[in-house]
Design a protein around this ligand. Structure first.
Ligand code: SF4
Length: 350
């Protein structure tokens, strides 16, 4: 690797100047030069953004901060309310970690987030990325904040030929070369913004990039070749049944899923197991079950085809409870909301 120290200084200065002029206006971000955002808002936004995009996360962020304006409010919330509010954001283990962390901050730290990377890392459910991001953005600590955007920018700037994920330690080391005590929070956010708005995955705007003349990936003529990707193993596919059971008042049977496992602790519909071969079709009770078609859904580690069966007017008791359809649709994780929609509307009595 050639000596890049002069480039580092130049790239830092250019990117910070670019950030001063082009910083994204985000609901959880203070304006450049303004007082820093509360750690609670930074932490909440970073946890949400780990699994989704800014436009998708924004309404959730507003909903959470309206309902639970401070970490103590979130700590005092009912688990089920937080899980329901999280529905649609995916990766539901994060919602449980979110609560565990809020309660630790409220109960063990007097409602005040630790202001160092190490202190943040010691909180339950806070990983290396979130600890670094909150330390840099909320407390202006010199922390190396490395997400997918930053990895991509580093891979392109330095034309790193090692495929990811093996290249990750090298990309982290390269990102660390830029971290200093001078404006570390702005540096972290500037780099994230460059990755999100200019050095985009598929179509980077190299023509408007403030560091284009230092970019080895661009100099090679093919910047989108980086980060080099290892061949992906194919995502396995599973099959299952979802049972949409209506009563005569337009309510649907829902149940809370076991805490352990996929969508743990979330609201769900009765289902079969989800298996590589089609599992036995065993509705949870007797009735006139009809086929309502199928829905597809992609999880991180597998894709799923869920055959939807529906029945109505069932009085039998079971491990479920009845919930108005609109309430259920809002609270169910996406895969079950799709199945509910596929079942169509029930016939109501009266
Ligand atoms: Fe990314 Fe293009 Fe800038 Fe290189 S020149 S960092 S590829 S946007």
């Amino acid at each position: 690797m050639p000596d890049v120290s002069a480039d580092i200084v130049l790239i830092r200065a250019r990117l910070l100047a670019w950030y001063d002029a082009h910083a994204r206006n985000l609901p959880w971000r203070a304006a450049v030069g303004a007082a820093r955002t509360e750690p609670y808002r930074v932490w909440l936004s970073e946890v949400m953004l780990q699994q989704t995009t800014v436009p998708h996360a924004t309404p959730y962020f507003h909903a959470f901060t309206t309902r639970w304006p401070a970490v103590q409010d979130l700590a005092a919330a009912e688990d089920a309310d937080v899980m329901a509010a999280w529905a649609g954001l995916g990766y539901y283990a994060r919602a449980r970690n979110l609560l565990a962390c809020a309660r630790a901050v409220a109960n063990d730290h007097g409602g005040i987030f630790p202001d160092t990377e190490a202190g943040l890392l010691a909180l339950p459910g806070v990983g290396a990325y979130t600890a670094a991001a909150v330390a840099a953005i909320a407390f202006d600590r010199a922390a190396n904040v490395v997400d997918g955007n930053v990895e991509r920018v580093m891979a392109r700037l330095f034309a790193v030929e090692t495929p990811v994920p093996a290249a990750r330690p090298e990309l982290r080391r390269l990102a660390g070369l830029f971290v200093t005590d001078e404006r570390p929070g702005d540096w972290a956010q500037g780099l994230m913004d460059l990755g999100a708005t200019v050095c985009r995955p598929k179509s980077p705007s190299c023509g408007t990039c403030p560091v284009a003349d230092r970019c080895q990936g661009l100099a090679g003529g093919e910047p989108t070749r980086f980060p080099v990707k290892a061949k992906k193993a194919e995502r396995p596919h599973r099959h299952g049944f979802a049972y949409v059971l209506f009563d005569d008042q337009g309510r649907v049977a829902v149940q809370t899923r076991p805490n352990k496992g996929l969508l743990g602790g979330m609201l769900g519909l009765p289902t079969s197991d989800w298996t590589p071969q089609t599992p036995p079709d065993q509705p949870p009770m007797r009735g006139e079950w009809r086929m309502a078609g199928a829905v597809d859904h992609v999880f991180t580690h597998f894709s799923l085809t869920l055959t939807v069966r529906t029945a109505q007017g069932c009085a039998d008791s079971g491990p479920w409870r009845w919930m108005p359809i609109e309430t259920a649709r809002a609270a169910l994780p996406t895969v079950f909301a799709k199945a509910l929609d596929r079942a169509g509307a029930p016939d109501l009595l009266g």
